[in-house]
Design a protein around this ligand. Structure first.
Ligand SMILES: C[S@@+](CC[C@H](N)C(=O)[O-])C[C@H]1O[C@@H](n2cnc3c(N)ncnc32)[C@H](O)[C@@H]1O
Length: 504
């Protein structure tokens, strides 16, 4: 694989037209390959797709050329592509009677079914357990699970300016191009900026402003309405692969990125990060992370998974294909990883999402900071639920208990009640409210909580509902009004209940 010369996007509209005409799209691929081969390709397994592309239609040719790294006969390539231009612009090279791709071009379906393309280094379109196809320092990867997770959790309200830090193949900038008037994409690796340029051009969206450098250095003191970053968050014993190893010690790269965001966000702006953080002996992980939240920002940090240090080292050794190297080399690398963790007193590593929002309340010294663990499946795209979380925090911040009791609430869409207990028992042991949207949370409630949630249709104020429940259950209404606001607050915070805005 060459890491020097890359295609120029000069005539990408013509190439895009040819790709679309051949149905080289996410849907076209699925039709041609069938679901199992399509899914196998996403796991870097190419044999099923090779078997499914033995035909001589342009689509078979393009799949072999751009996804499977196969040389294809010149005549067949010429039937599928404006070949002279593609060769001149550097997308393909001719070797005798055959043509080879210089980069991986992978169809990627946008959120509204847009036919987009992600351009990355050959053999690096899919990372993960299979290991990428190259261990060169500056390789640029395609779309991985982390990329789509970040794209999914991002709040997508229309904004004037967006910044993608560590743009790689450009996937986050591509998404941002749909709702930001101006997109800036940065990367430490200059090749990544070239790939982003190609991805955006071939996807037919507006170009981004591309700047090379580390973290916020290329944007100076500029501020943005939206910042996204899937940074090189891997905590590793050395800066080996630019796409994943941040090159700072421990989790310092993620910490620095998050801490420096306060000055780069406009009022009301969101910043979304994927991150890894150390679990250090004798230190509470939530306290560690709360120290990362910059002044003037609200924060919602969700830990999705924790791995012990051995699982963590193995994950990233496989990611870089080290498990396929000589066993002594593998053992030495593994050892170095464990040495690094030992020196840092690290016993585990948390994976998760960090969302910041710049707010006046936070600037006034009253930030909302929620740091929690939620390892269960969520609804993606989660962006609307993220925005709703912050709106509910704003609401709760302003309501004392009396105001809560005067407030009106509705039960969130698709919340159901489950009764849990022994089969045949007369009464359930406990009642659970379960969401089918957003974070898909579940929470145990008592009889008052279940009854309260059940009647919340926005018509009666909370206090009046509690009075009725007190009467039904033979309880003292004053005591009930006294002890319930905390439970209501929690149900609102977690999105089971939605406040109804006052009329007018
Ligand atoms: C995990 S990749 C993410 C790529 C892409 N944004 C995505 O979501 O798939 C991290 C990117 O950060 C870049 N990078 C590494 N160190 C950096 C730094 N100090 N400052 C900015 N970008 C950096 C890498 O070159 C790589 O492109």
């Amino acid at each position: 694989m060459s890491t020097t010369s890359l295609p120029v996007p000069d005539r990408s509209p013509r190439l895009r037209e040819a790709l679309l005409a051949a149905a080289f799209t996410a849907d076209g691929l699925l039709d041609l390959l069938g679901a199992p081969a399509y899914a196998a390709l996403a796991r870097s397994e190419t044999v099923p797709a090779l078997r499914a592309t033995r035909g001589d239609a342009p689509l078979d040719t393009l799949v072999r050329l751009f996804l499977l790294q196969q040389p294809v006969p010149y005549e067949r390539a010429a039937a599928a592509l404006p070949l002279a231009e593609c060769a001149e612009d550097g997308w393909v090279t001719r070797v005798g009677d055959e043509v080879r791709a210089t980069v991986d071009v992978r169809p990627y379906s946008g959120p509204e079914g847009q036919d987009w393309y992600i351009v990355s280094d050959l053999g690096c379109a899919v990372g993960g357990a299979g290991g990428i196809g190259s261990r060169e320092e500056g390789v640029v990867l395609g779309v991985g699970g982390a990329s789509t997770t970040l794209a999914g959790i991002t709040v997508r309200t229309p904004v004037a300016s967006a910044l993608d830090v560590g743009t790689g193949s450009g996937i986050q900038a591509l998404h941002a191009s749909q709702h930001a008037s101006r997109v800036t994409a940065t990367d430490l690796n200059p090749r990544a900026l070239d790939f982003t340029r190609l991805t955006l051009a071939l996807s037919g969206v507006a170009p981004a402003e591309l700047r090379q450098g580390s973290l916020y250095e290329p944007v100076g003191t500029e501020t943005y309405d939206l910042i996204v970053s899937n940074p090189p968050f891997v905590i590793s014993p050395g800066a080996r692969l630019t796409y994943r190893d941040g090159g700072m010690g421990g989790d310092d790269l993620c910490r620095t990125l998050v801490q420096q965001t306060g000055d780069r966000l406009n009022e009301g702006g969101y910043a979304h990060f994927l991150a890894n953080w150390q679990h250090v002996e004798g230190e509470d992980w939530q306290s560690r992370l709360s120290a990362w939240v910059p002044f003037g920002c609200d924060a919602w940090i969700v830990q999705r998974e924790v791995q012990d240090v051995t699982q963590y080292a193995e994950l990233w050794l496989r990611d870089s294909g080290d498990h396929r190297t000589d066993s002594a080399e593998y053992a030495a690398r593994y050892d170095a990883w464990l040495d690094e963790f030992e020196a840092r007193k690290t016993k585990g590593v948390g994976f998760g999402w960090i969302t910041l929002r710049k707010s006046a309340a936070a600037a006034a010294g009253n930030p909302s900071v929620v740091i929690e663990e939620w390892p269960h499946a969520v609804e993606q795209p989660l962006g609307p639920a993220v925005e709703a979380h912050f709106a509910r925090q704003d609401y709760l911040r302003e309501q004392d208990d009396a105001a809560l009791l005067a407030g009106h609430f509705t039960l969130a869409a698709e919340v159901v009640q489950e009764q849990v207990g022994l089969p045949g028992a007369e009464d359930p042991e406990h009642v659970v409210l379960r969401q089918h949207r957003g974070m898909r949370r579940a929470t145990k409630v008592d009889a008052v909580g279940a009854g309260f949630a059940g009647v919340c249709d926005g018509t009666l104020p909370a206090g009046r509902i509690l009075d009725a429940i007190a009467q039904l259950m033979n309880e003292d209404p004053v005591l009930l009004r006294d002890r319930t606001p905390q439970a209501i607050r929690l149900l609102v915070e977690e999105g089971f209940l939605e406040p109804v805005p006052p009329a007018g």
